[in-house]
Design a binder for this molecule. Structure first.
Ligand code: IMP
Length: 503
């Protein structure tokens, strides 16, 4: 007969934390959210830590190079989506690794024989008024001039006027040589009273711009996550099909850590993928595996050599796996079960394998619960998709700004490998939906706010670090009636309260 678990499958919403004793030192400023990402032996350090326990989901609508830079600045890691050709994913990793704060690749470029009309069209499309004029019209072509709104007067000029007739030509421009520091670039901007400084290489090709308006935003972030060469730490998703091609390309591009992105990870395909990586690179290449939802799944991936294990099936906001296939588990039950297995494994073997709770975070306090239940870090899709830095389009729908957010198992993403255990590569049915999420502004502001709440709750529980919190947190199940009691009730609310989204 089939095994039937006695405990129901529970979600984060069904739990609350019970405060513990907090001494005077329990202040948010004193809380450290530093957390290990890859496995380590008892008494040793992990080879990779994050300064905040957040990673962004391996999804087209969430994690590209832009997100990777924004999240690494805060101290977390993005896993750049793998549902794209190897070359374009490697290119994204390369861009994130070569990002230098303040040096922005030029996104508006034209050739000298373009027209004023082309300038106006490009300005409308990109929203930027600085246009580089390069020999071949690319972002890294030989720089011939620059056009800003000071160079033309729409009311007096024929829209067919050629750019070369009104651009500021190279010999009248101020520029910087590749290799100068950001502070040297800013000095040139201030000394010459210009708004932007093109940076060129020895052959006169454009490499980037430094903008005056960005001056204030380059203050160092104390949490930023850097490698030994001061480049941002970047992750990337791989699959169990084309790893022999994808993994070397991602490593060449500079990826610091990989994760096998699969909706169901308790499989021989994952074992084979990890084995191939270990045979070729030994332990130097770090790779997470998943997703699993119970102790058996964890143990299997641990024995296969995974550097971390990701938990969650069916809990993602865009996920319809449970409806379509009837597999999955409430995210809270899954995390609690796997955390127990992780601790037992540690006791038995002396090897600590970090676990990541993936999907299903709706409220900020769910992050806190996931950590209390034993997760070392968390992966989020919907949360990050709402921010300026996500790759998806921002739209106005019914008078509100929204961003697009679609599942990797949706027809839109067509990430066939992820939803296929192997064999035939056709997407036979969808496991995810295409949706909108409310636009929420900048990643920095939101992450600061969410983690402010996490730290505050940890203080209420008397915990100043994640390991301490995992060890000492007290959790209680809530009844359906007490969930009603938890929100504002029996009052007539005047307005939506900021930060909660609740009426
Ligand atoms: P969210 O943070 O609740 O939006 O969940 C994000 C997580 O959902 C991802 O990290 C994936 O594990 C999972 N996921 C992404 N796309 C799909 C899908 O199409 N179907 C099911 N799960 C998905």
């Amino acid at each position: 007969m089939a095994t039937v678990l006695k405990e129901p499958s529970r979600t984060f919403n069904e739990y609350l934390l019970i405060p513990g004793y907090s001494g005077m030192e329990a202040r948010p400023d004193n809380v450290s959210l530093r957390t290990p990402v890859v496995k380590f032996k008892k008494g040793e350090e992990s080879a990779l830590y994050m300064n905040i326990p957040l990673t962004s989901a391996v999804m087209q609508a969430v994690s590209d190079d832009n997100m990777a830079v924004a999240l690494a600045k805060e101290g977390g890691i993005s896993f750049i989506f793998g549902s794209q050709p190897v070359e374009s994913q490697a290119e994204m990793v390369k861009r994130a690794k070569s990002y230098k704060a303040g040096f922005v690749p030029s996104d508006s470029n034209l050739r000298p024989d373009a027209t004023l009309q082309d300038v106006l069209d490009l300005k409308k499309e990109k929203g930027h008024s600085t246009i580089a004029i390069t020999e071949d019209g690319t972002a890294d072509g030989k720089l011939l001039g620059i056009v800003t709104s000071k160079d033309y007067r729409v009311s007096r000029m024929d829209p067919q006027t050629k750019v070369k007739e009104f651009m500021t030509p190279f010999d009248k421009m101020v520029w910087g040589q590749e290799g100068i520091t950001l502070s040297e670039a800013n000095d040139i901007i201030w000394d010459n009273k210009v708004n932007q400084l093109p940076i060129i290489d020895k052959k006169g090709r454009l490499t980037s711009f430094v903008f005056r308006k960005d001056y204030d935003s380059h203050k160092e972030n104390p949490n930023e996550l850097l490698d030994e060469n001061k480049r941002y730490i970047v992750g990337a998703g791989i699959n169990t099909r084309d790893y022999e091609e994808r993994v070397p390309a991602l490593l060449d591009a500079g990826a610091d850590i990989l994760v096998i992105d699969s909706s169901e990870g308790y499989s021989e395909w994952q074992a084979a993928t990890i084995k191939w990586i270990r045979d070729k690179y030994g332990d130097n290449v770090k790779v997470g595996a998943g997703n699993v939802v119970d102790a058996d799944g964890f143990r299997f991936l641990a024995d296969c050599g995974a550097d971390f294990v990701k938990i969650g099936i069916g809990g993602g906001s865009i996920c319809i796996t449970r409806e379509q296939k009837g597999i999955g588990r409430g995210q809270a039950s899954a995390v609690i079960d796997v955390a127990k297995a992780r601790d037992e494994y540690f006791k038995e073997t002396g090897v600590y394998i970090p676990i990541c709770s993936d999907g299903g975070i709706v409220y900020d306090y769910h992050m806190t619960l996931a950590l209390a239940m034993g997760a070392d870090f968390i992966m989020l899709g919907r949360y990050f998709a709402r921010f300026d830095e996500s790759p998806s389009a921002k739209l106005m729908v019914n008078g509100n700004y929204v961003k697009e957010y679609w599942g990797e198992g949706s027809a839109r993403a067509r990430n066939w490998q992820r939803y296929d255990l192997g064999g035939d590569s056709k997407l036979k049915f969808e496991e995810g939906v295409d949706s909108y999420v409310p636009y929420a502004g900048s990643l920095h502001d939101n992450v600061q706010m969410s983690l402010g709440k996490v730290k505050s709750t940890m203080c209420n529980c008397g915990a100043l670090s994640i390991p301490d919190f995992q060890k000492n947190a007290k959790l209680t199940l809530v009844s359906a009636v007490s969930i009603v009691e938890g929100g504002a009730h029996d009052v007539i609310l005047k307005e939506v309260s900021p930060g909660t989204g609740q009426r």
